[in-house]
Design a protein around this ligand. Structure first.
Ligand SMILES: *Cc1c(COP(=O)(O)O)cnc(C)c1O
Length: 460
């Protein structure tokens, strides 16, 4: 490999040939990409030799941290033994079978079956196909409509982006596809002014019931949601929200789909976000943390209610991917889940670093720029505001989040900006001492942003 190249050379080749995802191509080629060259534990190094604390776990996925030899060994051994075989035409491979078995063990008891995909987006495409197939097989083909939420993120394929509620994505390419509708998100700073947390949770859940009645209950197939919206800005719903959503789904007999691509595999301090939120979903999308991002893999856990119909009434389900159950990806997932158990990572988040992060985030509320700071497990969000007492936001044109993110980049911290929310989701292996280090960096970046705001006269 030509690691001899200078950063400038990398950036020139990158700008010349590589169209990055979710990127303004011209802006990137003017600035030059930051080229990440290696990583260990929770730290990255770029081609300039800068050490960076990765408080986003890559892209919400490197839960066991970088450099875990057990995952490397599992991939290497499987690549030598059998690098690929498919699962079409009544064939299987040992790693895919073993992973299906292990997933049935670590997921909630209603899940005994899995359908594998290559990513979270593909998993959600499978959800759309499977949900509609389920109602077809039950003789209710008019049940087609899937209800989702504004500002949800369910991936970037046609179905994934349609399920998602990102207006910027819908504006490109004629989305959403037919049969997908959206309700408001349970974000109290935007939609719940004047209500208590718990009151707002019930109000937001009942938007689902209103939409079901508007569409017609006999036409609604399913509701899909992330337990905590990730890419939407780490929106942690009130505790009253999900139980009420569950009650409404039960009342109208519609399927509940939990998109666990971020919340799954320990992120919230339980194995799956639905366990933290108290729901019993019929389908569960996963990806990211299933392999800690070391290799792509996704899928859908299929609850017994749906599996029984697909299996017993089914015939052929005309759907699948070349890489459904890829043996190398499955071998890495097996090693990843076994390592999570060995290290007791879920307990580590639930009992130790999760509560510790919460206590540290609470101290950020004293900061002049911070209107709110909250966490769930190892996800956290800081809301920046012009006037913290009233929650008055900065004008959008100031892009206050991007200003803060710029400081993070320069100070050696990966923290993401979603509008005026600064968000983190560090690797689950993070220690208390590393949380202290991260909090030091976060405070420093908030102070630098505050200094900019003062100098620019942006504060009230
Ligand atoms: C990342 C993400 C997806 C899409 O996963 P990809 O592997 O990028 O296709 C879907 N849902 C949620 C909640 C995600 O965070």
């Amino acid at each position: 490999m030509s690691t001899q190249r200078t950063t400038r050379e990398w950036q020139a080749a990158d700008a010349a040939h590589f169209l990055h995802p979710f990127t303004d191509f011209q802006a990137l080629s003017r600035k030059g990409a930051r080229v990440i060259e290696r990583a260990e534990n929770i730290y990255l190094w770029d081609t300039e030799g800068h050490k960076i604390l990765d408080a986003m776990s890559g892209l919400w996925c490197v839960n066991v941290g970088y450099g875990q030899q057990a995952l490397v060994d599992a991939a290497t051994a499987q690549l030598k033994q059998l690098p690929f075989y498919n699962a079409f035409f009544q064939t299987a491979t040992p790693p895919a079978i073993e992973l299906a078995e292990l997933l049935a063990e670590v997921t909630p008891p209603q899940f005994k079956h899995v359908f594998f995909s290559g990513s979270g987006s593909e998993g959600n495409d499978t959800v759309v196909r499977m949900v509609r197939r389920y109602w077809d097989l039950l003789g209710q083909p008019e049940r087609q409509v899937i209800i989702s939420r504004d500002n949800a993120y369910h991936g970037s394929t046609m179905a994934g982006a349609s399920l998602g509620g990102m207006s910027g994505m819908h504006a490109q390419g004629g989305l959403p596809i037919p049969g997908i509708v959206h309700i408001g998100q349970p974000y109290r700073h935007e939609n719940g002014k004047g209500l208590s947390r718990d009151e707002f949770g019930l109000v937001a859940a009942r938007w689902l019931e209103e939409k079901i009645l508007e569409v017609g209950p006999e036409r609604v197939a399913a509701f899909i949601g992330e337990p905590i919206q990730g890419a939407g800005g780490v929106i942690i719903p009130p505790a009253t929200y999900w139980p009420e959503v569950q009650r409404i789904c039960d009342q109208y007999g519609i399927l509940l789909v939990s998109d666990e691509v971020i919340c799954g595999f320990g992120r919230t301090g339980r194995w799956f976000g639905c366990e933290t939120m108290g729901t019993k979903p019929d389908l569960m999308t996963f990806a990211k943390g299933v392999t800690s991002g070391y290799i792509p893999l996704g899928g859908v856990m299929v609850g017994e209610r749906v599996a029984k119909v697909l299996i017993e009434k089914g015939g052929e389900f005309a759907h699948g991917y070349t890489y459904s159950g890829h043996p190398v990806a499955c071998a890495v997932a097996l090693a990843n889940i076994k390592l999570m158990r060995e290290l007791k990572l879920v307990e580590h988040v639930r009992d130790d670093v999760g509560p510790y992060l919460a206590s540290q985030f609470a101290t950020l509320r004293d900061h002049p720029l911070v209107a709110d700071a909250e966490t769930c497990g190892l996800m956290g969000a800081i809301l920046l505001a012009k006037d913290k007492a009233t929650g008055t936001p900065f004008p959008e044109s100031l892009e206050i989040g991007m200003v803060c993110r710029g400081h993070c980049f320069r100070e050696g911290l990966i923290m993401r900006a979603v509008g005026d929310r600064m968000i983190i989701a560090p690797p689950l292996v993070i220690t208390r001492a590393q949380i202290d280090e991260m909090m030091g960096l976060i405070r420093r970046c908030l102070d630098l942003t505050l200094a900019d705001a003062k100098a620019g006269g942006w504060l009230s």
